[in-house]
Design a protein around this ligand. Structure first.
Ligand SMILES: [Zn+2]
Length: 265
């Protein structure tokens, strides 16, 4: 919006409506622009260390209050107990087109629609998966080098996240398809029409912990149904190094259970 527009607009009556439009646009920009920059500023300002680190998330935005005051927060330390009985989750995943995005907080893989997850007779659809280095959850006090979150949503029942932890070992072949597509810049998306079956990220042994928690990033929203597999998968040192080159340390500290008892299935 240049001052030249105003001058040319004010030079004749014929451009009256044009001037009006320009003035309207100018006021819209004046009103909207500060909000937009504030909005993206607060999105950008949280991180995992220093100012804006996990201890300060709640101070950055009133919408992030649950990050401090919440009593059902994630991640948590998960310890083995006698297995509970119950029907396990059902994964209906299939080879799907995907895109790799660097969100500014994690490397994320967005899938085309069509993958669903059935938990307690509720149907959730898979939206995306993303990587945390190191793991956010701990298994009997131990954090591993990597955790993958498969994020599912249901319009009625909210969010259900499936977590899979990884230790260093053999290379995981299908992961290379994602790694080779990590964008160079934050906020960029890479889409080259590639196909991946999200079930390659699920361990064969389907034993897992379940508990009710939260998003592990601001706004730390609660009411998230967590299923955390207790059998880690493996990735190679090179694969881990590639993920760490994008993000090293994007893991929230462990949160108190506040009386919750994660069940073992
Ligand atoms: Zn996550």
């Amino acid at each position: 919006m240049s001052s030249r527009s105003y001058r040319s607009g004010s030079s004749g009556t014929a451009v009256g409506p044009g001037l009006l439009l320009i003035l309207l646009l100018a006021s819209a920009f004046a009103v909207l622009a500060p909000w937009r920059s504030l909005g993206s500023e607060s999105q950008r300002s949280w991180g995992y260390a220093g100012p804006g680190g996990p201890e300060q998330w709640a101070d950055l935005d009133p919408k992030f209050a649950a990050c401090r005051s919440g009593k059902r927060q994630s991640p948590v330390d998960l310890r083995w107990t006698a297995p509970a009985s119950g029907k396990g989750p059902v994964f209906r995943y299939k080879p799907s087109r995907f895109r790799v995005i660097d969100t500014g907080h994690a490397v994320q893989v967005n899938f085309d629609a069509g993958n669903t997850f059935l938990l307690d007779e509720k149907i959730y659809r898979l939206e995306q998966l993303h990587f945390h280095t190191a793991s956010e959850h701990a298994l009997s006090g131990a954090r591993l080098p990597l955790e993958v979150h498969l994020v599912h949503r249901s319009e009625i029942d909210g969010i259900a996240v499936v977590a899979v932890l990884f230790r260093e070992g053999s290379a995981m072949g299908p992961l290379n398809r994602v790694l080779s597509g990590i964008p160079e810049e934050k906020g960029e998306e890479a889409d080259w029409g590639a196909i991946l079956d999200p079930s390659v990220f699920l361990p064969e042994k389907r034993t897992y912990y379940r508990y009710e928690g939260s998003l592990t990033t601001p706004p730390c929203t609660e009411g998230v149904a967590w299923s955390v597999f207790n059998t880690p998968l493996e990735l190679s040192a090179e694969q881990l190094a590639r993920l760490r080159r994008a993000y090293a340390g994007n893991a929230r500290p462990l949160q108190a259970l506040h009386g919750r008892r994660p069940a073992n299935y």
